[in-house]
Design a protein around this ligand. Structure first.
Ligand SMILES: Nc1ncnc2c1ncn2[C@@H]1O[C@H](COP(=O)(O)OP(=O)(O)OP(=O)(O)O)[C@@H](O)[C@H]1O
Ligand SMILES: [Mg+2]
Length: 284
């Protein structure tokens, strides 16, 4: 069976499993894959890209890409350099020139400016741990909640994030530049959480980190999902690490979805060999 045929077969079977007669899901996405319990309340995807294409001049960054993310899931986007992973996230955030297709959020077409998209419950932690090094830790976090008008609510969120990342409370007055790479990544995750997102889009959160810190980041991503009930899309080069924590994964190659499935389905297939064979940017 070809990879694309397989993709649509899996998609159909997921829809079948999750949809009940009254259109509600009576099982949980993570039940399906043996993960932590997250209640899934609707048969509709939370986030859905349908046939999305993005062009930068002559460069095709996405070529009719379709991705569905269901509430409570942790889903990874994997693939070689230049496959289009970051562009998927940018297309969701209104940061990429979408030429065909639609992005739906709660089944509504999403075509708003980025700051409106954040207000609607979608948060992106971009590639490259972009913390503001000249600001202190607390100021960095506050930027993540800047659209929240109610000061008491902003303060409550700050407290919740610092409760979750004790290192950020401990270093709250320190400049971000004084933090290690791992600590800056925790700060970037914390800033992403300040908007209380329903979905968190993480672009290569483990890039350039020491192996022990990589494990910690994966652990914290799992804990974010469990503690806050946040749906997570994780772009990762560390395939083994990603597959150990996600419910499903998409493999992108040359601007297209080459495969979609559970970690076991991905590992049992030869898709990783196919897309990474002969390339240097594989796994670790
Ligand atoms: N602003 C841009 N202008 C021109 N081309 C771009 C731009 N952004 C992305 N591209 C191109 O689009 C394609 C997909 O890029 P993208 O950044 O989504 O890949 P990626 O899978 O995230 O790669 P990486 O693993 O290196 O981060 C690449 O060929 C890239 O060079
Ligand atoms: Mg990228």
């Amino acid at each position: 069976m070809g990879a694309l045929t397989r993709c649509s077969t899996i998609r159909r079977s997921l829809r079948h499993i999750w949809a009940t007669e009254d259109g509600e899901k009576n099982m949980t996405a993570r039940d399906q894959h043996g993960g932590a319990q997250q209640q899934v309340s609707t048969a509709l995807p939370l986030l859905e890209l349908s046939d999305v294409s993005v062009h930068y001049g002559a460069v095709v960054a996405l070529d009719h890409v379709s991705v569905q993310i269901y509430p409570g899931e942790v889903v990874s986007l994997m693939g070689p350099n230049g496959a289009g992973k970051s562009t998927v996230l940018k297309a969701v955030m209104g940061m990429a020139p979408v030429s065909t297709g639609t992005v739906r959020w709660h089944n509504d077409i999403l075509a708003s400016p980025t700051h409106e998209i954040v207000k609607r419950g979608i948060s992106l932690v971009p590639q490259g741990r972009r913390v503001f090094t000249h600001l202190n830790v607390e100021e960095n976090l506050e930027l993540g909640g800047m659209h929240v008008r109610d000061a008491a609510e902003r303060s409550r969120r700050l407290d919740a994030v610092m409760e979750f990342f004790p290192i950020l409370r401990q270093k709250r007055r320190d400049p971000a530049s004084a933090m290690s790479g791992g600590q800056q990544q925790m700060l970037a995750l914390g800033r992403g959480l300040m908007s209380s997102p329903e979905i968190l889009l993480l672009d290569e959160p483990t890039l350039g980190l020491a192996p022990i810190i990589v494990s910690e980041v994966f652990q914290r991503v799992t804990e974010i999902s469990k503690t806050f009930g946040t749906t997570i899309v994780l772009v990762e080069h560390n395939i083994r690490g990603a597959l150990s924590i996600v419910d499903r994964g998409y493999i992108l190659d040359k601007a297209r979805v080459a495969f979609e499935g559970t970690p076991k389905e991905i590992e049992d297939s030869d898709i990783l060999t196919q897309v990474f064979l002969g390339r240097e940017d594989n796994e670790e």
